[in-house]
Design a protein around this ligand. Structure first.
Ligand SMILES: [Zn+2]
Length: 258
């Protein structure tokens, strides 16, 4: 079994995802330092207690996630659920790596790129291969809906491929030529998608106000699940790590209906 040094892995991931370029709500990269040799990595969407427990049970050396710890407006004290999570990592010498916006944005391995692959969306790309984007930090992607030519067909595709009933706002027969998408909790970027000419917008979550905005702007809206839309970037990243370093990488899907 191959091994990689924990700091070497952090530097490689930081470089691959250009982590230093992002102003984020959490630290990106190594969040908890564990043992120095890594042969087995568990990947997941969120560094929940359940994911950490699974990593310990399976004898992993590291956990790699999209949603890590130490978010900007959190209580910084190490008590309660935070203590329980941290104790699991520290007692078991686990490394924790987390990449938030850098993993949303990566042009090939990122959540938006991977959601497009899973849903058969065709991103618009410039000659240099960079995706056409809009919205704050260029987080919203633009493209064609592929063979899903109506809002209803696109919603069916979400249901089939993500295994989840989406919340849909708009006429099912609405024809679609241009769509926009951003994984996770990006319902606040619906207006950016509309301004960029998208006829429909797919994201993970919905707010009460999103429904009114979608109806009033005439843009079709699909909330496909925060967790469900963000399962794919970390899997692509895990595959890249396994291929480059020859270490064992396992994705663990902790069910989350939100
Ligand atoms: Zn997210």
């Amino acid at each position: 079994m191959n091994k990689v040094d924990s700091r070497v892995l952090a530097a490689w991931l930081d470089d691959l995802l250009q982590a230093a370029r992002f102003k984020d709500y959490c630290p990106n990269g190594m969040q908890v330092e564990g043992r120095s040799e890594i042969a087995h990595i568990i990947t997941g969407v969120t560094a929940s207690e359940a994911l950490l427990r699974t990593a310990v049970e399976r004898g992993a050396d590291a956990v790699l996630v999209h949603h890590g710890w130490m978010w900007r407006n959190e209580d910084r004290r190490v008590i309660g659920t935070r203590r329980a999570r941290m104790a699991l990592a520290l007692k078991n010498d686990l490394n924790l790596y987390a990449y938030h916006l850098p993993l949303d944005a990566h042009p090939i391995l990122g959540n938006n790129a991977q959601l497009a692959r899973v849903l058969g969306l065709e991103p618009l790309r410039g000659q240099d291969g960079a995706p056409a984007t809009c919205g704050p930090d260029n987080l919203v992607w633009l493209g064609s809906p592929g063979e899903a030519g109506t809002l209803g067909a696109l919603a069916r595709r979400v249901r089939e491929r993500l295994g989840r009933e989406p919340l849909v706002v708009g006429d099912e027969d609405m024809p679609l030529a241009r769509v926009a998408w951003c994984t996770g909790g990006a319902q606040g970027m619906l207006a950016d998608a509309a301004d960029a000419g998208a006829q429909a917008y797919i994201t993970g979550e919905v707010s009460e106000s999103t429904v009114h905005l979608a109806r009033e702007s005439g843009v079709g809206f699909i909330a496909a699940g925060h967790h469900a839309t963000e399962r794919y970037g970390v899997q692509a990243l895990g595959n890249a790590v396994a291929e480059h370093f020859g270490v064992r990488v396992e994705f663990v899907d902790i069910d989350n209906p939100a």
